[in-house]
Each structure stands twice: as C-alpha cells, then as structure tokens.
Design a protein. Structure first.
Length: 59
C-alpha cells in the first residue's frame, strides 16, 4: 500500500501535461495508419480523430 500512497502524494499529470506529452505520438500513429488505409483518407482527419480521443481520455 505504500506505493499507492506515494503515487497519490506525488500528484499526477494534469490534463494539459498529458496532452502536451502525447500529442506528438498521436501524429506519429496517424502517419503510420495512413500507409494502411485507402487513399481517400486524409492524414488531417486521422490526427483530428486521434486528438479528440486524447482530449476525451485526458478528461
């Protein structure tokens, strides 16, 4: 139980910290997926969907 208490005392990342840290990874994943999807899919749409998911997860 000490680990849980230590983690709680350290606080955690704020939603803004999480978004700033993970936003570049969303972009990398979008470009990775783009190679496997039809040509009609635009990378901006993938990035937008990924960022919406990240924002929802940060809530």
């Amino acid at each position: 139980m000490k680990g849980v208490a230590l983690y709680a005392s350290l606080g955690g990342d704020t939603a803004d910290d999480l978004i700033a840290r993970c936003a570049p990874q969303v972009k990398r994943i979008a470009y990775h997926l783009l190679a496997r999807l039809p040509g009609s899919v635009q990378v901006d749409d993938l990035i937008q969907a990924g960022m919406l998911g990240l924002l929802e997860a940060a809530r």
